[in-house]
Design a protein. Structure first.
Length: 473
């Protein structure tokens, strides 16, 4: 199958579409849950950071009230000297906005910074002339600031530039990406498996319908699912429809077979009576012509009934076959010789491309009858000056006979039906015949365990294929 055909099959697959929908819904839900957890975790980290600063600010405020600026500076130096402790930004601001005292972390020092934006302590930000101070606020860091009004009217501000949230949430984002991708991939695979299992009865319905259409196997049925659900109910009703159709066709065939069997005896008697009268002297010319026409018509009906009986026996598996090891080339050659004069009279070139010997274990009479019917059919629909070619080949354990002509071919819509009893396509209605030749061919071939099929050649005309099992040993 081509890449385009594979894509088209995947696009039309119900299981794939259900899996994609499941994966999309899973991805949306998974992303929404992660986004909610991400926001909640970020807010929780921020709240903890602010709470820690509030506790530190309260400690600094108490120290300032008790020991003044010197005590506050000593405590800040003591805290900054501890291991794994991030330095704090601490300052005292007068009510007029002047910085009375400040402790700036080393990573805030920037000699090139002349005017920077800092918190004003009253809920906003203001531009201050601080020649050597910058406030680091980039994509990786945040600034947390808390303020408290002291008893002497000064404003104590404590701030910290932190990347805790980024440091904690960045691995979480990476984990979400990889875990989410793996989860969606695994979810898609699981969804495909589950969807294919759920829709397997639907595929079996399609395969059963295709098998019935292509091969005519009216006994084909869809296996019942183990679970009793809506699809199982669909399968049961589908099988019920097939059972009723098969029963109807079986009753019609039985009725036709019974009529054929019952008519054969009286028709044979009628033909004998007409021949007896024709053998008597004194029969006038008009009566003789009428009786001769009666004998001819009776022979046609008897041939029809005989063909119907043979087809019924073959389909029922009771057709008597006298099999033997023979060369298929000889059987086909005899059939070609039989129709050589007919083809010549219609100015049709009849050819047999002989190859090496192909041994088959068949009933030579029945097989020759099937080949003769195919040749007769090909000559009938090939115009004058055309060609009918028979080719023999061996493929694995099968012998292949191809009968090709230069006629109009067989419409694709009619190809499955030309093997049915009494069926005559639009092109065959102008030709004489009973409409049983191809039905008998398929019945004989299938009775030998072979297969008959038809296709149209690229250059025009029909090609009938007969595959028969080769002789073993």
């Amino acid at each position: 199958m081509s890449f385009t055909g594979t894509l088209d099959q995947l696009r039309r697959s119900v299981a794939v579409r259900l899996s994609l929908w499941f994966t999309v819904l899973f991805a949306v839900g998974f992303t929404a849950v992660f986004a909610l957890l991400y926001v909640l975790l970020g807010r929780q980290l921020e709240a903890r950071e602010v709470e820690a600063l509030r506790l530190r600010m309260q400690q600094y405020a108490d120290i300032y009230e008790a020991r003044g600026v010197r005590g506050l500076e000593a405590r800040i130096d003591e805290d900054s000297a501890g291991p794994h402790v991030r330095s704090l930004f601490v300052r005292l601001v007068s009510p007029r906005g002047d910085v009375v005292w400040a402790s700036v972390p080393p990573d805030w020092i920037d000699q090139d910074a002349k005017r920077v934006v800092v918190p004003d302590g009253w809920g906003g930000w203001t531009v201050r002339q601080m020649n050597s101070v910058r406030v680091p606020r980039d994509q990786q860091q945040d600034l947390a600031v808390v303020s408290a009004l002291l008893s002497d009217g000064l404003l104590l501000q404590v701030g910290r530039s932190t990347d805790n949230r980024s440091a904690l949430l960045e691995p979480l984002r990476r984990t979400f990406f990889w875990v989410g991708s793996a989860a969606m991939l695994v979810g898609f695979i699981v969804a495909v498996i589950a969807a294919r299992r759920a829709t397997r009865p639907l595929h079996q319905v399609v395969e059963t319908a295709r098998r019935i259409i292509n091969t005519g196997a009216l006994d084909a049925r869809v296996p019942l699912p183990t679970r009793d659900d809506d699809i199982a109910e669909l399968v049961r009703y589908f099988n019920t429809v097939l059972d009723k159709n098969a029963a109807l066709l079986r009753s019609m065939r039985e009725a036709l077979d019974n009529v054929a069997h019952d008519l054969r005896t009286p028709l044979t008697s009628l033909r004998g009576t007409a021949e007896l009268v024709l053998s008597q002297p004194g029969v006038d010319k008009a009566a003789r012509e009428a009786l001769a026409d009666c004998v001819e018509r009776t022979d046609e009906v008897l041939r029809l009934l005989r063909a119907l009986m043979e087809i019924s026996e073959a389909e029922a598996g009771v057709l008597r076959l006298e099999k033997s090891n023979v060369d298929l080339r000889e059987i086909v050659g005899q059939a070609v010789e039989l129709y050589a004069d007919v083809a010549e009279a219609k100015q049709i070139k009849l050819e047999l491309e002989r190859g090496s010997a192909i041994p088959v274990f068949v009933d030579s009479v029945r097989t020759r009858q099937a080949v003769a019917n195919l040749i007769d059919n090909a000559i009938k629909y090939t115009p004058e000056g055309g060609k009918v070619v028979l080719r023999l080949s061996q493929q694995s354990e099968q012998a292949l006979l191809e009968v090709s002509d230069t006629g109009p071919g067989v419409p694709e819509a009619e190809q499955p039906r030309i093997w049915e009893r009494l069926y005559r396509g639009d092109q065959s209605r102008s030709q004489s015949g009973l409409g049983l030749g191809l039905s008998l061919v398929r019945a004989i071939v299938e009775a030998h365990g072979g297969k008959a099929s038809v296709r149209n050649a690229l250059e025009g005309g029909a090609v009938f294929d007969i595959r028969m099992p080769t002789a073993k040993g």
